[in-house]
Design a protein around this ligand. Structure first.
Ligand SMILES: [Zn+2]
Length: 260
């Protein structure tokens, strides 16, 4: 036990140098896993986000391999995805319109529009939510539509972006939290190291891996009434908390040196 704690402490020393090293190793592991399990984007790049999520999901290599092989996601995800898309869409437009009214030159960046921009603030929708880039500073708004808090999602958004502040918008819980990367740095490094080590264990397996865990998704279906409630709850929570998110983000932009 004591030894494990010592190792964890040693591991978090050296800060950003360590982070860059770990990033390289993690990218390498993800590429190898992508190649083995055919998990690439149409562009040919590894589906790093999916791979990291799966690596972080269980210490059981059997379960991880099964999830890497299984491309179908349960149906419930479709509802969350749709809610997520809607929340992100509303947020992007509101931010764009508010920031423009405040006098900023704002640009919404999408994958199809990656040219160098002269905007003061760039708004980029991402798979976790919205990334606001204001000079050297980044405010990441992570939009959560389910009840769960996923560390892997939070960390994924932090791995690539330094100077980041995360505004966590948990819609259904009606919570808006501000998380600074500096505070999470040691845990972020430990998380990356965990994914690298686990990815190494996955790649070390050459034959089929058995495990005793359940192989079926819990068959989740909503009744008409539950479905109705879900949509109503989400709609109320989204509109109730949107002003708080806007306020929080604008405050972060100002405190990050975006004052004008
Ligand atoms: Zn298992």
């Amino acid at each position: 036990m004591g030894k494990a704690i010592n190792q964890a402490t040693t591991m978090t020393e050296g800060k950003d140098l360590r982070l860059e090293d770990l990033k390289v190793s993690l990218d390498h592991i993800c590429s190898e896993i992508a190649e083995r399990f055919n998990l690439c984007l149409p562009t040919g790049k590894p589906r790093t986000a999916t791979i990291i999520n799966i690596l972080a999901s269980s210490p059981c290599i059997g379960c991880i391999v099964r999830r890497l092989q299984q491309q179908d996601r349960p149906i419930i995800d479709a509802v969350y995805l749709e809610n997520h898309r809607l929340a992100v869409g509303i947020l992007v437009e509101q931010l764009h319109s508010f920031l423009a009214k405040m006098g900023y030159k704002v640009s919404v960046l999408t994958e199809a529009r990656l040219e160098h921009s002269t905007a003061d603030i760039l708004i980029a929708p991402t798979d976790y939510g919205v990334n606001l880039q204001c000079g050297q500073n980044n405010v990441l708004i992570e939009v959560k539509t389910g009840n769960a808090l996923s560390y892997s999602q939070l960390f994924r958004s932090l791995i690539d972006i330094s100077n980041a502040t995360v505004v966590l918008w948990r819609i259904k819980r009606r919570q808006v939290a501000v998380i600074r990367r500096k505070r999470l740095q040691p845990m972020l490094l430990a998380f990356m190291r965990m994914c690298i080590l686990r990815g190494g264990r996955v790649l070390a397996e050459t034959g089929p891996v058995k495990c005793q865990h359940s192989t079926t998704w819990s068959n989740f279906t909503l009744s008409a009434k539950e479905f109705e409630n879900t949509i109503h709850d989400f709609a109320d929570a989204l509109m109730d908390t949107l002003p708080t998110v806007m306020e929080t983000v604008l405050r972060e932009i100002r405190s990050n040196g975006g004052e004008r």
